[in-house]
Every structure is written in structure tokens, then in C-alpha cells.
Design a protein around this ligand. Structure first.
Ligand code: TTP
Ligand code: MG
Length: 364
């Protein structure tokens, strides 16, 4: 678009977008506050049999420990792994501090989670000419204020800024200029694209689409037909194009996860078993966002394709995973006995304390 406008002789403002992302966020906070953990492999999360790793220190990552990995697997990979319980209040406070720093540079800040944010600094409050200069200054100030390191990506759109922030992680930054953008995505495996999850990547592999260049060979029609609305986004990003604005009002109002089953569930036990990982995922997501909701919703689709939803609100907010489990269990009670087999189950938490803005779409 920019190139077109330039050929037409018009002067178009190239956007300057920064994506800032804290390094091993929860684990770094724990290492900061407990010097005995520094330089050691640390996992934040549950050490119990059914626990999962929320995040791991870079020392633990050297052993292959990763986010969302079952704690037992992590311990097997790294026998000296130290498990630490998460302290969300402390993470929220660090998050508040970094957002305060961002606000000195621009009002156009979109934080998709506690530890990251997109900033549009095209016209920044300090009149600084280079986005890379702003990113360096922000990273330095974050370290001074919190004792934590952050990485940054600088580019002309959100997708590339996000991809760039990973390149020199931890404690680094990278700039993708407009000249570099299209080439940068060519060689990139589709599984690495932000917004292409593992399931979508697998489907793309099935079509023989392995890299950005392969993706670019597909028509917009093909992508929309096979991937729906998000196909348009794919069509753009494989060309280094992403027109999404940094949206400071984009406050997520709910977190929902659902699963369709390859067989019909008929008993309460089966439903509870299938709901457990769904609840885990919903709760994990709430924690990463630093949000607590007041309403839980259970969605059930029957083999007849009839769908019902049941919601329950608490007076305060749902404060623990167990509380969420209990609420969902009581919603399930209300649907029993089952008249038909169940094809799909979904759980949503909504009514976040901060969520007073209109509902926005899921983050890509
Ligand atoms: P990330 O930014 O994805 O990870 P990170 O900051 O730990 O590490 P990196 O240096 O690669 O950026 O997520 C931020 C925090 O969100 C992370 O510290 C813990 C939490 N989180 C989870 O609880 N579960 C997850 O599956 C992931 C990916 C993150
Ligand atoms: Mg991070």
C-alpha cells in the first residue's frame, strides 16, 4: 500500500511499531526476588503430578523445559529443576510499572498480556526520530525500574514487530525495515508465524505449504476458503503486510476454550474427564492475562447439533482453579440427565474486573 501511494507521488507515513516482551517473565521475577534462584534452572508452576510449567528460566530452557509442559516431563528433562509457585500479584505490579514507562512515549499502547505490549510510536510524545532509539531507552528504563530484562522488536507493523522481538531474545532487540520485511517472511516456516498455531500449521503442511514463500503462492480465495476470515491475515503476513492498528482500547472481556470430540460423550464421568483440560487451559489463560472473572459459562453441543449454554456468576470473582471447577460442575449438574450424546464442550470465564470495553476479537 505504501509503495503504491509513493508511486502515485503521495507522501504516506510509514508506521513505527514496537513490540516489547519481557524475558522469561514469571521466572525472572522469581530469580530477582530470591537470589538463591539466580543462575539456576527454575520453573514457575505446579510441581504436583498434574501440574504444568507456566514458564522456565533460560537455565532450565537449556534442558528443553518449556511453557505448558507437564511438570513431570520437565523434571525428567532437568532433574535439578526448582519449582516455584506463581505470585500473580507481584507479576501484576511489574506489569503496571512497565506500562507506566510505555505511557511516557505514546498513548497508543496495546498490551495483549501482562508481559508484552505493542506501541505505535509513529508520532511519539518525546518527538524522538528513531523507533529503535525509543525501544533501547524503554528497555533500559524497564531494567532500572524493575530489575528485569525485556526484548523488543521494531518494525512497520504489528506482525513483524512481534516476530522481531523474538529474534535477539533474551535481553536484545531487532529491527525489521520495510526493505527487509517481505524477504524476512519468505524463509520463515509457517509454524513460526505469529497467528498460525500448531493445528493450522499442520493443515498447511498437508497442502504442501511449509514456508512464507509457499504461503505467498496461494490465492486469497484459497486461503479464505480453507482457513476462513483469518485467511486474509495470512495472505498479508506472508508478504510482510499487516494493516492491524495498535488498539489501546482492546481489552479482552472473556477467555473461552472449547473442544469437539470424535465420539459422543454420554456419561457425567466422561464429561468431567474432558472438561478438566479445558478448565486448565481457561485458567492458565486468565493467569497469563492477570485477569479474574465473575462469570463461568458452560457450553454443550449435542449430537443433534442442539446447543445450550448455562452461566453462573459469583458475587466477587472466581479466585481459583478449584472454584472454577466447582462452578462448572454445578452447571453440569443442571444439564443432567443427558438426553443426547455430547459432541462439544466449552468453558468461558467472563466479567473481568477491568473489562468494561466492548468485546474484541481473539488475539492472533
Ligand atoms: P511469554 O512471553 O510467552 O514467555 P516468557 O516471558 O516466560 O519467556 P520469553 O523470554 O520467551 O518471552 O509469556 C509471558 C508469561 O506468561 C510467562 O512468563 C508465564 C505466562 N505463561 C503461562 O502461564 N503459560 C504459557 O503457556 C505461556 C506461554 C506463558
Ligand atoms: Mg515474555
Amino acid at each position: 500500500m505504501v509503495a503504491e501511494a509513493e508511486t502515485a507521488g503521495a507522501k504516506v507515513l510509514q508506521r513505527k511499531i514496537i513490540h516489547v516482551d519481557m524475558d522469561a517473565f514469571f521466572a525472572s521475577v522469581e530469580q530477582r526476588d530470591d537470589p538463591s534462584l539466580r543462575g539456576k534452572p527454575v520453573a514457575v508452576g505446579g510441581s504436583r503430578e498434574r501440574g504444568v510449567v507456566a514458564t522456565a528460566s533460560y537455565e532450565a530452557r537449556a534442558f528443553g523445559v518449556r511453557s505448558a509442559m507437564p511438570s513431570i516431563t520437565a523434571k525428567r528433562l532437568c532433574p535439578n529443576l526448582i519449582f516455584v509457585k506463581p505470585r500473580f500479584d507481584v507479576y501484576r505490579e511489574a506489569s503496571r510499572q512497565i506500562r507506566e514507562i510505555f505511557a511516557d512515549y505514546t498513548a497508543i499502547i496495546e498490551p495483549p498480556s501482562l508481559d508484552e505490549a505493542y506501541l505505535d510510536v509513529t508520532e511519539n510524545l518525546k518527538g524522538m526520530p528513531y523507533a529503535s532509539g525509543i525501544a533501547s531507552e524503554i528497555r533500559r528504563r524497564i531494567f532500572e525500574a524493575t530489575g528485569l530484562t525485556a526484548s523488543a522488536g521494531v518494525s512497520y507493523n504489528k506482525f513483524l514487530a512481534k516476530m522481531a522481538s523474538d529474534i535477539n531474545k533474551p535481553n536484545g532487540m531487532f529491527v525489521i525495515t520495510p526493505e527487509m520485511g517481505p524477504t524476512f517472511v519468505e524463509k520463515l516456516p509457517v509454524a513460526k508465524f505469529h497467528g498460525i498455531g500448531p493445528k493450522t500449521a499442520e493443515r498447511m503442511h498437508g497442502f504442501g505449504i511449509l514456508t512464507g514463500l509457499d504461503l505467498r503462492a496461494q490465492s486469497l480465495e484459497f486461503l479464505r476458503e480453507n482457513f476462513g476470515k483469518v485467511g486474509t491475515y495470512y495472505y498479508g503476513i506472508c508478504r510482510g503486510v499487516d494493516e492491524r492498528e495498535v488498539n489501546p482500547n482492546r481489552i479482552r472481556k472473556s477467555v473461552g476454550v472449547e473442544n469437539t470430540f470424535s465420539y459422543d460423550l454420554t456419561t457425567r464421568e466422561e464429561m468431567e474427564r474432558e472438561l478438566a483440560p479445558i478448565i486448565e487451559e481457561v485458567w492458565d489463560h486468565c493467569e497469563r492475562l492477570g485477569e479474574r472473572g465473575k462469570t463461568a459459562t458452560l457450553k454443550v453441543k449435542f449430537d443433534t447439533f442442539r446447543q445450550v449454554t448455562r452461566s453462573k456468576s459469583t458475587t466477587g470473582t472466581i479466585e481459583s482453579k478449584d472454584a472454577l471447577k466447582q462452578t462448572v460442575a454445578s452447571l453440569l449438574d443442571g444439564l443432567l440427565p443427558l438426553e443426547n450424546g455430547v459432541r462439544l464442550l466449552g468453558v468461558t470465564v467472563s466479567g473481568f474486573k477491568t473489562g468494561d470495553e466492548p468485546q474484541m476479537s481473539f488475539d492472533l
